[in-house]
Design a protein around this ligand. Structure first.
Ligand SMILES: *Cc1c(COP(=O)(O)O)cnc(C)c1O
Length: 815
């Protein structure tokens, strides 16, 4: 897009204060990821959780001088303001105008799953036929769709956009902005169904997108969808695909077992196409792409060659711990300008001292090298890498355009053989390479010893889970994330860093060491320490940690230490009240003395809190309500004596779910982040954030009467297949779940553990399941879930997570 400030104000009916003639080529909405401030306007979007206006000062500091906002928060001659009542509506109005005036062929994709994959695959098949624009990542929401549409430029002939909704009424708004000529509906599932009464309601809502479409291409396996759509839109060109024979394109062979290409029938024509990975979703998404390409009149040979060239769409970036305290971000799945920008955004979230980039030639893009590489260099120069490794004979020709220390290599081998890589320390290393360079191989040089068994933490799901809990609370209620015991064994720093980036209010740790570790690695949010040991008061103060004060003894000792160290300012502390847990805390009869001491000492009480013993237990409601009552009375008493504002909090994750009314000023979330809740309705909305997985080391056939494992505890009563996996009790899998008690997922089917669990290995009975050595085994994630796994172990998820031993590598995933 390219509009002047005056045009923007006119198009959207907004008020302009300042310069009428500034050009705006992009609109930034997140103050943290502004790449370039030239011709950029910042839009202060407001959500029910947050106001974008808080960040206006940040972006002005970065150099942005055009602000779109509901309020002009100050007056300055260099800042131009576009004032609009509702910034979301502004974006939507502008996008509608922009789309309508660009006149390009458009594809709109909606559905519960598969939108992003189908969009990316279509893009890969079509970009060299027409200049094409697509939604970045999975931008498809009330804000994401308008931002995507604003990326359309004059040169584009085709636009492929995702449209996502999560609540009734949303599609109407999006359909008014964007009415695609070709509509695609990928799949109707239960995702987001929590906000809808029925399947019918979801279908009706989604179908609104196609009001103006000429062609509708849809997965026709769902009966209700099929009948609704064919009736409602009988006057359009309808093309359906799926497993059911009524569809225009339907699968003939049993795709899941047949080793050959997948057979499809279309009208009277039969043809087959190649698919390497076969899950139902992948096969159906491929079928959808075929239907679109056929509609574009591609012949079969061309379609097959396009499908063969499709690269898998890995939308996620992996981060792994490397040698020499490096953190490696591996994004070697695809390389284009979009994905490069996304990767640059991603690494901004880390606070490592040094940043290193490994970047290869970019292939498969239309731009000429003399346009492409200077642009790449400009984008890269804004990121301030300490060192850049360029690989390939094209990009290295432009090495002098990169303003940092640059090393050039013709091939990946040359780079591996070079010793420079081994000199990198304490850095974040971004690997970004086109597939043919196989820079994946560098991971071997850079990474610590790799294990097949990993505990994978999905940080986006964790954030989603926090937001599900936050949605239950008042917008002003603060959230403390409990990251004690290394975030329940998942890794303290990685999680704290991510939460800090997403502006968590407080962190809670158990011991001072944990807090020090976070501070040393750059965590600056307030941290409460629940067990401040006497020996560690010095460090508490040196590292600006906030102790929980739970007794008169601790209060006196800590204030003595403050005096001894000559701390002048009033030091922040948290007062813990005993209300029924009988663990730590001030009892009711100690309050008078507490209040007296607090008023004399060099302290400021940041918060008063207590802990519920049974918030997850319906039968203990009366006890819990009594705890809350005691807490209210006793904290009231202290606060009225202190005469300054103090935060109060008592709810943990299950408290948030079951006793929302007693949220006070803050809540403390722990296990809820992982995806566990005592409340079924809430748990349904949560996503599993942790999975423990490994791979099959060996598969053996055993005959009737043969035994498996130590002491021959399993004897086969007929011949069967046994899979050995490389985890055992030394990894934290309790020995008591051997001999049929526990079951792990292999190809989504639960298979029982047989025989005794060994120190480093476990055997599973595969029965007649088709599986190969090297295939993935899920110890817990969705099937079995963490809760199910915990019940095999006769314990609770908390103990399971904190028992996974240190030798299991933690891997963090962000979308
Ligand atoms: C661990 C802890 C929490 C978090 O509990 P969850 O059940 O994991 O939500 C909250 N408050 C205190 C005092 C804790 O120790």
């Amino acid at each position: 897009m390219n509009y002047t400030t005056l045009q923007l104000a006119k198009i959207t009916n907004s008020q302009l204060i300042g310069n009428e003639n500034l050009h705006v080529q992009s609109i930034a909405y997140d103050s943290r990821i502004i790449f370039s401030t030239i011709d950029t306007a910042f839009i202060a979007l407001n959500s029910f959780k947050n106001s974008g206006e808080k960040y206006i000062n940040d972006v002005i500091e970065k150099g942005v001088c055009i602000i779109i906002s509901a309020h002009q928060i100050f007056d300055h001659p260099n800042i131009t303001w576009i004032i609009t009542e509702n910034t979301t509506h502004f974006l939507q109005k502008l996008a509608k105008y922009h789309f309508e005036n660009c006149h390009l062929k458009s594809i709109g994709i909606t559905g519960s799953n598969g939108k992003t994959i189908v969009k990316e695959w279509l893009y890969q098949c079509l970009w060299d036929e027409f200049p094409t624009v697509k939604s970045p990542k999975s931008f498809n929401s009330q804000i994401g769709l308008p931002l995507s549409l604003l990326q359309i430029e004059k040169k584009h002939q085709l636009g492929i956009f995702e449209v996502g909704i999560s609540k009734p009424g949303e599609m109407k708004i999006l359909e008014e902005i964007f009415s695609p000529e070709i509509g695609i509906l990928t799949h109707i599932g239960t995702a987001h169904s929590i906000n809808f009464e029925s399947e019918k309601e979801i279908i009706d809502e989604k179908l609104k997108l196609f009001k103006e479409s000429r062609v509708i291409i849809f997965n026709g396996d769902n009966d209700l969808l099929y009948s609704t759509l064919t009736q409602l839109y009988s006057d359009r060109i309808l093309i359906s695909y799926g497993k059911n024979p009524r569809n225009s394109y339907h699968l003939l062979s049993d795709w899941s077992t047949s080793a050959n290409d997948i057979k499809v029938k279309h009208n009277e024509e039969e043809f087959s196409f190649p698919v390497k990975v076969r899950t139902e979703a992948i096969v159906l998404n491929a079928l959808c792409v075929i239907a679109v390409l056929k509609y574009f009149n591609f012949n079969l040979d061309k379609i097959v060659s396009k499908l063969n060239a499709i690269k898998s769409v890995e939308m996620r970036l992996e981060s792994v711990e490397g040698t020499r305290n490096n953190l490696i971000i591996n994004d070697s799945f695809n390389l284009d300008i979009d994905s490069l920008q996304i990767a640059y955004q991603f690494i901004k979230e880390y606070q490592k001292d040094r940043k290193v980039l490994i970047l290869t030639d970019i292939i498969d893009v239309k731009e000429e090298p003399e346009v492409l590489y200077p642009f790449v260099a400009k984008l890269t120069n804004e990121q301030n890498f300490d060192k850049i490794f360029l690989v390939g004979n094209k990009i290295t020709k432009y090495s002098e355009l990169f303003s940092n220390e640059v090393l050039c290599f013709e091939t990946t081998e040359e780079l591996i053989d070079n010793q420079e890589l081994n000199k990198i320390e304490n850095a974040i290393i971004l690997l970004k390479g086109a597939r043919k360079f196989e820079i994946d191989r560098l991971k071997l040089t850079l990474e610590l010893q790799k294990h097949d068994t990993v505990l994978e933490v999905n940080l986006n799901n964790m954030l989603h889970n926090i937001n599900v809990h936050k949605a239950l609370l008042k917008p002003e209620t603060k959230v403390m994330a409990m990251v004690k015991a290394d975030s329940y064994g998942l890794g303290g720093y990685e999680i704290a860093e991510f939460l800090q980036h997403h502006r968590i209010d407080y962190l809670g740790v158990a011991f001072v060491d944990e807090g020090i570790d976070l501070r040393k690695k750059g965590i600056t949010v307030p941290i409460m320490v629940m067990n401040p040991e006497q020996q560690s008061y010095n460090s508490i103060i040196d590292f600006n940690l906030e102790p929980e004060i739970y007794s008169l003894r601790v209060l006196k000792q800590f204030t003595d230490k403050l005096q001894e160290k000559g701390v002048e300012t009033r030091y922040p502390v948290h007062i813990k009240l005993e209300t029924g847990m009988h663990r730590l805390g001030f009892k009711s009869w100690e309050l008078d003395e507490l209040i007296l001491l607090l008023s004399q000492k060099n302290l400021v009480v940041k918060s008063i809190f207590s802990h519920l013993s049974s918030a997850d237990d319906e039968d203990q409601k009366e006890y819990t309500l009594n705890q809350i009552k005691v807490f209210t009375q006793n904290s009231d008493k202290i606060i009225s004596a202190l005469k300054y504002p103090v935060l109060r909090h008592i709810l943990n994750s299950s408290g948030i779910a079951n006793y929302t009314d007693f949220q006070f000023d803050m809540v403390r979330i722990g296990i809820g982040m992982v995806g566990i809740s005592p409340n079924k309705t809430i748990e349904k909305q949560l996503k599993s954030a942790v999975s423990l997985k490994t791979v099959i080391s060996q598969i053996s056939e055993i005959k009737e009467g043969e035994s498996v494992g130590y002491n021959r505890k399993f004897i086969a009563n007929s011949s069967t297949k046994v899979a050995t996996i490389p985890v055992g009790y030394a990894d934290g899998i309790p020995r008591l779940i051997g001999n049929g008690v526990g079951k792990f997922g292999v190809h989504k089917v639960l298979k029982p553990i047989i025989g005794n669990i060994c120190m480093d290995m476990i055997m599973l009975d595969l029965g007649d399941l088709v599986a190969n050595e090297g295939d993935e085994v899920i110890i817990f994630n969705e099937n079995p879930s963490l809760k199910e796994f915990s019940s095999y172990c006769n314990t609770i998820p908390y103990e399971v997570l904190t028992s996974i031993s240190r030798r299991v590598k933690r891997v963090y995933i962000k979308d």
